[in-house]
Write a protein that binds this ligand. Structure first.
Ligand code: TXA
Ligand code: MG
Length: 350
């Protein structure tokens, strides 16, 4: 398949520029597009054939449900049921934006889209290209992240091209995304909503609006093999670079010392090692491959840089990767959730 790659300037474009993309979507094809979190791989959410194509293009197990992207509140009532006051309050506060809510699904949403579940995950993105694409195509867009299953999610069109060229009909290149990690997912089917995947919208943000919100224990600890994951996607190894990644935790000077020691050991074995460090500590590493993920003073910069750095580790052929750890509160929780999954929960405490 020849993939059309089209540039769109998110700050300045006309709906007419999306005509081809809309035609592809309405015809059951696949279009990758930018959202504020990561790039999505879109298809018609009400078409089982489109869902199959998405799973095939990603190489994703078909029991892992897709998020349905909408552009207005009427659409929410059209695809989901039992939408309570808390959900409406969260939608008013955070939509359009990086929040995904789970509800019982309506019959029109095929189980191919929901991975066989009777619930549906819904999100209203704020990115102008994503919003215009949904509005102009007139469909609901099912979209997982536009990466090959298991790889880091794409935060630039180049990442999408790397994974999806020749596998999808079109890639809309809207430049780098703003947030860089996927939306917060909250299960609204329980009396007390439960965060299944942390993201830019934090537990504290939501509690200010609706009171108590729980966090699924699988968010920061390794999911138990015999317990079914609430978000099926969270049970798979994810976001992973090809090299062996370890997260080194503890007092910052000790972390630096330990990483320098590990790098020295690997290099003595003739292996290629790399370090992922914050801006504040990068100068303390004695390693030729030190990558700066962002500043500890600005967690947003770390989130935005994370997946690009994990992909760069593959490009340089790093066999061993040692990363500093980050605070597990607010946005740091989402960052650590992704890093721990990428590392297969390989943490070294010093
Ligand atoms: O920011 C995002 O959410 C991006 C952009 C493109 O919108 N999308 C995204 O989709 O990250 P994906 O498919 O890579 O991750 C969706 C996660 C998976 O872990 C999946 O298991 C979970 O959402 N999920 C989807 N529907 C669900 C449901 N009905 N119940 C529980 N978990 C669900
Ligand atoms: Mg994904």
């Amino acid at each position: 398949m020849k993939t059309i790659i089209q540039k769109v300037n998110p700050e300045c474009f006309g709906d007419g520029e999306l005509e081809k993309a809309c035609d592809i979507l309405k015809g059951g094809g696949l279009v990758a597009f930018p959202t504020e979190t990561v790039y999505g791989l879109g298809g018609d959410a009400l078409s089982p054939e489109a869902a199959h194509k998405i799973y095939e293009a990603k190489g994703r197990p078909s029991d892992n449900p897709l998020i349905v992207h909408i552009a207005d509140m009427d659409s929410l009532y059209d695809v989901a049921g039992q939408i309570g006051k808390k959900a409406v309050a969260l939608a008013e506060a955070f939509w359009p934006g990086p929040l995904t809510m789970i509800f019982p699904k309506r019959a029109k949403v095929p189980v191919s889209t929901t991975g066989g579940l009777d619930t549906v995950a819904v999100r209203m993105p704020v990115h102008p290209v994503a919003a215009a694409l949904i509005r102009c195509s007139g469909i609901y867009i099912a979209a997982p992240s536009a990466n090959t299953s298991g790889r880091p999610s794409p935060t630039k069109a180049e990442h999408v091209i790397e994974d999806m060229d020749g596998r999808v009909d079109m890639i809309l290149d809207g430049g780098p995304v703003g947030i860089g990690i996927e939306s917060t997912i909250v299960d609204m089917t329980e009396e007390t909503p439960i965060i299944l995947r942390p993201g830019y919208i934090t537990k504290e943000n939501m509690e200010k609006i609706i009171g108590a919100v729980d966090i699924d224990p699988a968010v920061l600890t390794e999911p138990k093999k015999d317990v079914a994951a609430k978000a099926p996607g969270m049970k798979y190894r994810h976001y992973a670079p090809k090299g062996k990644l370890a997260i080194v935790e503890g007092d910052s000077m000790k972390v630096i010392e330990k990483i320098n020691m590990l790098v020295r050991e690997r290099e003595r074995e003739g292996k290629k090692a790399a370090v992922i460090a914050a801006k504040e500590s990068r100068e303390f590493y004695r390693c030729s491959e030190v990558y700066c993920i962002g500043s500890r003073k600005n967690e947003g910069s770390i989130a935005a840089g994370l997946y690009d750095i994990l992909r760069q580790m593959d490009h340089i052929g790093a066999e061993y990767i040692y990363a500093e750890s980050f605070a597990e509160d607010t946005l740091g929780q989402a960052i650590m959730n992704r890093m721990l999954k990428a590392a297969g929960y390989n943490r070294i405490k010093v």
